[in-house]
Ligand binder design. Structure first.
Ligand code: ADP
Ligand code: MG
Length: 231
C-alpha cells in the first residue's frame, strides 16, 4: 500500500440501533482522526459507543450517516468481497469477547488470517507458533480455546490480530482479562509494532494501567469523541 499519513478519518459518523420501537443513537456525529503510526487509546464510560465506533472503523459494521475512510478508502463504498479482502489484508481486530473458533486449535485460530491471505498451512502454523511465543503461549498451541483461561484466550485473540502484520490494529479492551504483568507485556508488543513497523493502533480500554503506552488518549462520551484539538 502507498504511504498515507492519515490512517483513519471519521467525519460526523452516525449509527443507530433499532430494537423494536426502541432506537439508540450509538454514534452521534462522531469525528475521529488517527495518524499513521499512532497508538491511540479510546476511553470513555460503558455504553458511550466505543465498540460501535471501532467496528465502523474496521469495516465490520455499517453506519447510517457521515463518512469513514481507512488509509484513504471508504470501506462502506466497497463491495462485500472487496471489503473482506481489504480487512483481511490490512486490519487486525481483537474482539471484546475474543471470538475464537472453538473447533480449531489455538495455533489454527492464530493462523486464520494468514490462510485467508493464501499462505500455506505449514507456513501459517509456523508463523502462528512464532507469534504465540511472543505472547507467552507457544506451549498451548495444540490446545482447544476452551482449555485456556480467559486471559490466555485474550492473548490468543491478540496473536491472531497481529499475525498477518496488518497496517491497522484495533483492540477492544485487550487487557481486560490480563494481570498487570501480562497486560503491560501485550502493550509492549503492540507498541513495538507501531514504532518498528509504523503500524497504527487503536486500543479501547478502561484500564488506566496502560494509559502511559498511548501517544494520545481520545475520550468518548454520548456517541462522539470529545474534541481533543488534535483533529
Ligand atoms: P461501549 O463499547 O462504549 O460500551 P457500545 O458501542 O457497545 O458502547 O454501545 C453503545 C450504545 O449502543 C449502548 O447504549 C448500547 O446499549 C447500544 N448497542 C450496542 N450494540 C447494540 C445492538 N447490537 N443492538 C442494540 N443496541 C446496541
Ligand atoms: Mg464495548
Amino acid at each position: 500500500m502507498e504511504k498515507i499519513d492519515i490512517a483513519v478519518k471519521c467525519q460526523q459518523v452516525v449509527k443507530t440501533y433499532r430494537t423494536g420501537d426502541h432506537v439508540v443513537m450509538a454514534l452521534n456525529k462522531s469525528d475521529f482522526v488517527v495518524n499513521t503510526g499512532e497508538l491511540v487509546i479510546l476511553a470513555g464510560p460503558s455504553g458511550c459507543g466505543k465498540t460501535t465506533l471501532i467496528s465502523v472503523v474496521a469495516g465490520i459494521l455499517d453506519y447510517d450517516g457521515g463518512d469513514c475512510t481507512v488509509f484513504g478508502r471508504n470501506l462502506a463504498k466497497l463491495t462485500e468481497p472487496e471489503r473482506l479482502l481489504f480487512r483481511s489484508k490490512y486490519i487486525g481486530f481483537v474482539f471484546q469477547q475474543y471470538n475464537l473458533i472453538p473447533t480449531l486449535t489455538v495455533a489454527e485460530n492464530v493462523g486464520v488470517p494468514l490462510i485467508i491471505n493464501g499462505v500455506s498451512v505449514k507456513e501459517a502454523t509456523a508463523k502462528a507458533i512464532d507469534v504465540l511465543d511472543q505472547v507467552g503461549l507457544s506451549d498451548r498451541a495444540h490446545y482447544a480455546p476452551n482449555q485456556l483461561s480467559g486471559g490466555q484466550q485474550q492473548r490468543v485473540a491478540i496473536a491472531r490480530a497481529i499475525v498477518h502484520d496488518p497496517h491497522l490494529i484495533v483492540c477492544d479492551e485487550p487487557t481486560s482479562a490480563l494481570d498487570g504483568i501480562n497486560g503491560r507485556n501485550i502493550m509492549m508488543i503492540l507498541k513495538k509494532l507501531t514504532i518498528q513497523n509504523n503500524r497504527t493502533l487503536i486500543v479501547v480500554t478502561h484500564d488506566n494501567r496502560i494509559f502511559d503506552f498511548a501517544d494520545r488518549i481520545a475520550e468518548m462520551e454520548d456517541g462522539h469523541v470529545k474534541h481533543s484539538g488534535n483533529s
